[in-house]
Ligand binder design. Structure first.
Ligand SMILES: *Cc1c(COP(=O)(O)O)cnc(C)c1O
Length: 380
């Protein structure tokens, strides 16, 4: 593996991670749902105004919990953008559901709400939306369509924690939403996630599913005098050690997001003129979105130009990466009938999108090095 002077991502620390983890060790509570997990739950619930937040071992597992909560059965259909991470749909396919791939909007690269209703059938059991790069989907239109058909919406908000659409936090629109605290996300504990529950009807069962199908959470609250097996479930609780790490990051959310905003705006301002000259498109943020500053990407004119820019940056020790390959054209997607041409915007964007190094600890000097390297490249 080549070592890059400037990696694409590296973990950033907020300061109190080690001391909080030492406190968790001193507490003697290393399993799930200790005091640090509870502190994370209440911080997220208060900050976003969600009725219930539950830490999970990953965003993938939070998505699997949504599939269990919705009682998905073989043959059910789930609508999902083709331009997303596999977990957004694999969680439902695990239950036997069939993916129905939606194309994305050319501006935000989010699910194209104008094409959503045509994908709904009597078998549609869920609509999964992804706030790509932490920029909100058109949630007004999406919720109107979903509510008209009585279909629950799941927000895969892995990129969008603390982003807003029309002044309301992402992750608070759908019946359920999921977060990721993987090392590559804005806030991390290495591997981790959360389930956000906006429809309170799902709360009690979510606690049971997360605790191996038992009513252990109610037992610990003294609501039942013994706990027992009451439903299906699995083990979706992270260790309190990880929650301690995560709490240190979540407490610094203002500083972290402010720094990420600076990095994002610096890229956008410094690359504006060069992009115009090269026919390269910068991210488009609609006026009703406050983005979460998860990534900075460029849309190159062609697949070839993107590869040449990747190589150009690599020669200068800078790692830039492309993103999602269309899911409908993956080996699994094709088994569900995916064909070239099904999602033309996804297919086009997937070939041309390039992400620049973006992490909270990126220094101003490192960022200037990236910008200088990028702007000495000619796409045409
Ligand atoms: C990172 C990511 C996931 C998976 O997150 P994990 O916590 O690694 O399971 C799911 N969906 C999207 C959109 C992601 O970016």
């Amino acid at each position: 593996m080549t070592d890059y002077a400037i990696p694409f991502n590296c973990p950033s620390f907020a300061g109190n991670e080690a001391s909080y983890m030492a406190a968790a060790v001193a507490n003697g509570h290393l399993s799930g749902d200790g005091s640090f997990t509870k502190a994370c739950h209440s911080l997220i619930e208060t900050a976003l105004g969600v009725p219930k937040a539950l830490l999970t071992t990953s965003c993938t597992h939070a998505l699997e919990m949504t599939a269990l909560l919705l009682d998905l059965q073989p043959g059910d259909e789930v609508i999902v953008p083709s331009f997303t991470f596999v977990s957004s749909i694999n969680a439902y396919v695990l239950r036997g559901a069939r993916p129905v791939f939606a194309d994305i909007r050319p501006d935000t690269l989010n699910l194209d709400e104008t094409r959503l209703e045509a994908l709904i059938t009597p078998r549609t059991r869920a609509i999964v939306v992804v706030h790509y790069a932490g920029v909100g989907c058109a949630m007004d239109a999406i919720m109107t369509i979903a509510n008209r058909h009585g279909i629950p919406v799941i927000e895969d908000n892995a990129h969008g924690l603390f982003g807003k659409y029309k002044d309301r936090y992402l992750g608070t629109f759908g019946a359920l939403a999921t977060q990721s605290f993987h090392e590559t996300k804005n806030f991390t504990c290495g591997e981790g996630g959360a389930l956000l529950i906006n429809d309170p009807r799902y709360i009690e069962r979510a606690e049971i599913i997360r605790e191996k199908g038992t009513n252990r959470s109610r037992f610990f609250r003294g609501q039942v005098d013994k706990y027992t097996w009451v439903d299906i479930g699995s083990s979706y609780l992270p260790s309190d050690l990880l929650a301690a790490f995560l709490l240190a990051q979540l407490e610094q959310r203002q500083a972290i997001q402010a720094r990420r905003r600076q990095i994002w705006e610096c890229y956008d301002e410094c690359l504006e003129g060069w992009c115009q000259g090269q026919g390269i498109r910068r991210p488009i943020i609609p006026a009703d979105c406050e983005q979460a500053y998860h990534m900075y990407y460029l849309l190159l004119p062609s697949l070839d130009a993107r590869q040449r820019l990747i190589d150009h940056l690599k020669a200068q020790g800078i790692l830039s990466v492309f993103h999602y390959l269309p899911l409908h054209l993956s080996d699994m997607g094709r088994r569900f009938g995916g064909q070239p041409g099904d999602c033309p915007v996804t297919e086009d964007v997937s070939d041309r999108l390039l992400r620049l190094p973006f992490y909270t600890a990126l220094t101003a000097a490192e960022q200037m090095r990236v910008i200088e390297a990028v702007t000495t490249f000619t796409a045409v």
